[in-house]
Design a protein around this ligand. Structure first.
Ligand code: MN
Length: 288
């Protein structure tokens, strides 16, 4: 096993979240892991949804026109296609393996609709909070197809797609400049393969197992996270992840906690109730 150097603290599993079935948008079936009753937020993460279906009835209604203010929405597709269009004339299609990191900032109104009438649609939506000083920044997009996301091949069956952040081996993801200095990795492990990665102190972090089963912690004392479970990591500098009895695929995501008050009303996430009321007024009077 690889051991962290003596001054490094290994992150361990703090909690496993099974997810809560719900629907959102115009009736898209999904499972919510963050932003639910059992885990309202994991500062700076405000929401994590996973959607996966080959039944169009589960996704075809999509997410028609809706606003956002005060945070970032991150869409990562595993299968299928989603079309997005906003009130500033920006639009496009996100395809399997592609990422969209949208900074809503002071406000955006957009739609997110399946670009398919049948077949499998699967992916994630993550909401990352913005610090008070950036909540009203200009909206911005970072959008990359699978071909632009570097794959880091490590020894012994460890392949890491680096979406944002920089790995301990120096691979840098294309999504850059996010204020919470996020790390977003899609990791494929062959049976029994393991790896270790640095996560800055002060970053909140989680793993989401897409397939297989992983052990988090040391080789000796790893704690299990199974497919379709969210594993929240405790504080530390590094994480050690191992595929258990079969190959496994998981996300490893981390970002700087903000430690600021959260006032939340649907698609508006600010610091105070007064700012939420302002967001509603601005939206209703066409100032987005
Ligand atoms: Mn949206």
């Amino acid at each position: 096993m690889s051991s962290p150097s003596s001054d490094q603290v290994l992150r361990r599993l703090e909690r496993v979240i099974p997810g809560q079935s719900t629907s959102d948008g115009a009736g898209v079936r999904l499972t919510r892991y963050i932003g639910s009753q059992s885990l309202p937020e994991l500062d700076p993460f405000l929401l994590l949804d996973f959607f996966e279906s080959d039944d169009p009835d589960d996704y075809i209604a999509g997410f028609p026109s809706h606003p956002h203010r005060g945070f970032e929405t991150v869409t990562y597709l595993l299968a299928g296609k989603m079309r997005h269009e906003d009130n500033a004339g920006h639009g496009g299609v996100i395809e399997a393996g592609g990422i969209q990191w949208m900074t809503a900032g002071r406000g955006i109104i957009h739609s997110e609709m399946p670009e398919q009438e049948n077949g499998r649609l699967a992916g994630f939506q993550l909401w990352v909070n913005l610090p008070a000083k950036d909540k009203l920044c200009d909206p911005a997009y970072h959008e990359y197809p699978k071909a632009r996301i570097p794959a880091e091949h490590r020894a012994q069956g460890v392949d890491i797609n680096v979406i944002t952040g920089i790995t301990s081996q120096g691979t840098t993801g294309p999504v850059s400049g996010a204020v919470t200095r996020p790390l977003y990795l899609d990791i494929q492990l062959s049976c029994g393969a393991s790896f270790e990665e640095s996560i800055p102190k002060g970053h909140a972090s989680f793993v989401f197992v897409i397939e297989g089963e992983i052990a988090v912690g040391s080789d000796v004392e790893g704690q299990t996270v199974s497919a379709r479970q969210l594993g929240i990591l405790n504080a530390g500098d590094t994480v050690h992840i191992k595929a258990k009895d079969a190959e496994a695929r998981c996300l490893l995501v981390a970002a700087q906690a903000l430690g600021e008050p959260i006032a939340r009303y649907g698609p508006f996430v600010m610091n105070t109730t007064a700012e939420i009321e302002q967001a509603i007024r601005d939206f209703n009077s066409g100032r987005f």
